[in-house]
Write a protein that binds this ligand. Structure first.
Ligand code: CP3
Length: 344
């Protein structure tokens, strides 16, 4: 039977003349309907843990743009939250956690209590019943290095210095923390799949700062273990690995991680990525989110370059990182029309 979901057929290795399209962080503040819905709950995590609202936020970009995939509305930091390291979001200032500064503090973290995330699985069940039949459903988690960087610093940092320092000073405690996040992420993704997502994406947003040997140890190896752990339980569910800043490591990642597709960020030339990876490797990306803010001819040129570079290859059209809050809706409409060649 032919696969009616374009995303799933490309993840199975098919090259399509019109690639499936979705955008990282496609639900969010650039949408007026999201801002209205978000205003009904003060705390961001309470919002994520409200199944009806989170399901609605997941569906909003699908209604407006009919993307080829919906991504679960949640956050990567629900994993530390479920380990008892409570997370809050200060408006405009990003996430806040109690920092982990010593191995003793890391030891004191609780077990991962998956039942704390029951509202997320309920959200998945709600979305599943409401999705159009040609739209695939993506679940996700953060990669261990990225999640650990927030757990250690207690907030976002420009260079992940606290996590890197912790890793150099306390290699055993750091390795244990990474292991705990690996195990939690496998359970979490497996449960998302059991609740109804059809694909999972692992976001490693911050590994690009690491020296090569640390990149292999703290980013590539733990991501690979998550892929293996998920495949042991759900061998047929495709995995997308998005390692931002993978840069020259990309070919190595595609040979070792075992995912069905690899996201590439804005900095990578798609022509280079195509040339450096085997012809059957599925790639996802990589429009500059700022080109989407700019719109007009500049946007068209970037889109056309990417489409031409990936021609003949299994490709999933996406941004090279999350959509920006100031993105005009009409530019997203223009992008969709350009990729699908439905424009004037
Ligand atoms: O459409 C989607 O992709 C929905 C789900 C989603 C969110 N966060 C919702 C969110 C996903 C996949 C994420 C991933 C995420 N969260 C990452 C990895 C991807 C990336 O962008 O690098 C990271 C590093 C986080 C951690 C995080 N969450 C930060 C740093 C922030 C604050 C910065 C910001 O954009 O405000 C968040 C909050 C957050 N997560 C918002 C949304 C829509 C904004 C909060 C709000 O609406 O009040």
């Amino acid at each position: 039977m032919a696969e009616e979901k374009a995303l799933l057929s490309v993840l199975g290795g098919e090259a399509r003349s019109v690639p499936p399209l979705w955008l990282m962080r496609q639900a969010g503040r650039y949408l007026p309907e999201y801002r209205d819905l978000r205003a009904t709950t003060t705390s961001f995590l309470d919002f994520c843990y409200s199944p009806k609202k989170a399901a609605e936020a997941t569906l909003q970009p699908i209604r407006r743009f009919h993307f080829d995939a919906a991504i679960l509305f949640s956050d990567i930091l629900v994993v530390p939250d479920a380990m008892g390291q409570r997370v809050s979001f200060e408006s405009g200032a990003g996430p806040r956690l109690e920092p982990i500064e010593t191995p003793e503090q890391a030891e004191r973290l609780g077990d991962f209590k998956i039942e704390h995330l029951a509202p997320v699985f309920e959200t998945i069940e709600l979305v599943k019943t409401a999705l159009p039949c040609d739209v695939a459903f993506i679940g996700f988690c953060g990669a261990p290095f990225t999640v650990a960087s927030y757990m250690i610093a207690g907030q976002g940092t420009p260079d992940q210095a606290p996590a890197r320092l912790f890793g150099y000073r306390y290699p055993d405690a750091f390795a244990q923390l990474i292991d705990r996040v690996v195990e939690a992420s496998i359970d979490y993704l497996a449960r998302q799949i059991e609740a109804g997502v059809e694909v999972v994406q692992i976001f490693d947003s911050w590994a690009g700062v690491l020296p090569a040997e640390k990149f292999r140890r703290w980013s590539a190896a733990p991501v690979r273990r998550i892929v293996e752990g998920v495949k042991a339980r759900h061998p047929r569910t495709p995995v997308i690995a998005f390692v931002r800043g993978a840069d020259a490591h990309l070919p190595m990642l595609t040979q070792t991680i075992g995912a069905e597709a690899y996201g590439i960020d804005t900095a990578l030339d798609p022509a280079w990525a195509v040339a450096q990876t085997a012809a059957d490797v599925v790639l996802q990306g990589n429009l500059d989110p700022l080109a989407l803010v700019a719109g007009g001819d500049a946007l068209d040129r970037e889109v056309d370059y990417i489409l031409a570079a990936f021609k003949g290859r299994p490709h999933i059209f996406n941004l090279g990182h999350g959509i920006l809050q100031q993105t005009p809706i009409e530019n997203v409409e223009r992008l969709v029309a350009r990729v699908r060649r439905t424009g004037a």
